[in-house]
Design a protein around this ligand. Structure first.
Ligand code: ZN
Length: 417
């Protein structure tokens, strides 16, 4: 096992650990460990709500999920010699759930969850259709995930970090805050909000204390969106074997990560989220000096995906176009066409006996593929969602016999908003 540079004790809260991580982005958060180019090391990661979501049959914890506390990130990890303008090479050597033998109330070992937030608490991709809070528990056996809340489905985990990135510079942080505040100002009372402004409540900023903490907490960026530093990209293909090239904005790069997922469908459409879990990630780092200019990287990280995906060979795909449910034509709106593709798949799966929320949860958690199939054929964009047929223990393809009816079980825990 590689040297554990950022250990977490599963019996203690995030703020009581030997190294205290952070849940906001800010350039002044000091690195709490240093590594060298060429090092291989292990980082423990907490589940993104630090244990607030429990393994039971109620969605009340999702209904009241404390969004101001996320994401609890491990880091910052400083890399010796890294300077602004470099590219930081990060190899994901291994990634997985907390080992079964590790115990404690916050371990989350052997299981994970997928939630849907109530509209007033963040919502999700299909919040108009699903305005309440819902939760599904997934059990892990080796690489397989199954759920007592969704019978007749099992799939191979595509384990990855939902969130990883380098610290922003002061200048970059100011640009984020300026542009996101301008967006919020266009509709400041919207539910759910258009973006999340800095919020000092529940801010955790590593070892920052006193006036430095107060100043940084008032301007530190929330971790929900992906931005130029990588961040919460939720790319399901960041599996073992992935190599990522992150832009470096501050001396030492200050790499942080968390939000580990046992599996996820493209888009993480359930928002809370994929299959959320605590775990470990083993990394190797190196530098390309001056690499941002050399390779024209100013916008965001580039990456070479891992080669350990589950190898599904047969898919059932659903398409959607940019027409609203009430029949209004929109111009090349790919967000809408992906919603329509997902709703199309949900309608279809219900004909086998699943509830609508069971079908939605499958699309959020299983390794489904989302594609922008056509973006130029005015006025309709075409998005598609591909479901691997082998995740079901029955024949899910259409046939002249009609759909086999499955027993849907007790269903998905639901807490009305
Ligand atoms: Zn997540």
């Amino acid at each position: 096992m590689p040297n554990v540079v950022f250990p977490l004790d599963s019996t203690k809260k995030f703020t009581e650990q030997r190294h205290v991580g952070h849940n906001r982005w800010h350039p002044d958060i000091p690195a709490n460990v240093m590594v060298k180019p060429g090092d291989v090391f292990r980082v423990d990661c907490r589940e993104w709500f630090d244990g607030a979501i429990v393994n039971d049959d109620s969605a009340d914890d999702i209904l009241n999920a404390p969004l101001s506390t996320v994401h609890v990130l491990s880091g910052p990890i400083g890399v010796e010699g890294a300077e602004p303008g470099d590219l930081l090479i990060v190899d994901i050597v291994d990634v997985g759930p907390i080992p079964q033998e590790d115990s404690g109330p916050l371990a989350g070992q052997g299981w994970g969850y997928t939630g849907v937030f109530a509209t007033r608490n963040g919502g999700g991709f299909l919040t108009e259709q699903f305005p309440d809070a819902y939760k599904v528990i997934w059990d892990f056996r080796g690489q397989q995930a199954t759920s007592r809340h969704i019978p007749h489905v099992s799939f191979t985990g595509i384990v990855h970090p939902g969130l990883m990135g380098t610290a922003p510079s002061h200048d970059l942080l100011t640009r984020w805050n300026t542009r996101e505040a301008a967006l919020i100002a266009t509709d400041p009372d919207r539910v759910p909000p258009l973006a999340l402004p800095p919020n000092p409540n529940d801010a955790i900023l590593g070892t920052l204390r006193g006036d430095a903490f107060t100043k940084a907490a008032g301007e530190a960026a929330r971790t929900a969106p992906p931005r130029e530093n990588g961040g919460n990209q939720d790319i399901k293909n960041f599996t073992k074997g992935t190599r990522v090239f992150y832009p470096v904005f501050v001396p030492g790069a200050n790499l942080s990560m968390g939000d580990l997922h046992f599996s996820q469908g493209d888009g993480e459409i359930t928002f809370c989220g994929a299959i959320e879990m605590g775990g470990f990630i083993d990394l190797h780092v190196d530098l390309i000096k001056g690499g941002m200019a050399t390779y024209g990287v100013s916008e965001n990280a580039i990456f070479m995906p891992g080669n350990t995906d589950p190898q599904y060979s047969q898919w059932l795909a659903f398409s959607g176009t940019s027409v609203t449910l009430d029949g209004t034509q929109r111009y090349l709106d790919s967000h809408l066409s992906y919603q329509r593709a997902c709703l199309h798949a949900i309608d279809y799966l219900q004909t086998f006996g699943y509830s609508d929320i069971q079908a939605y949860m499958i699309l959020g958690a299983a390794p489904i593929e989302g594609r922008l199939s056509g973006v130029v054929d005015i006025p309709n964009s075409c998005s598609t969602v591909y479901i691997p047929t082998a995740i079901f223990d029955f024949d899910v393809a259409p046939s002249s016999r009609g759909p086999v009816r499955i027993e849907p079980g007790p269903g998905v825990p639901h807490s009305p908003a």
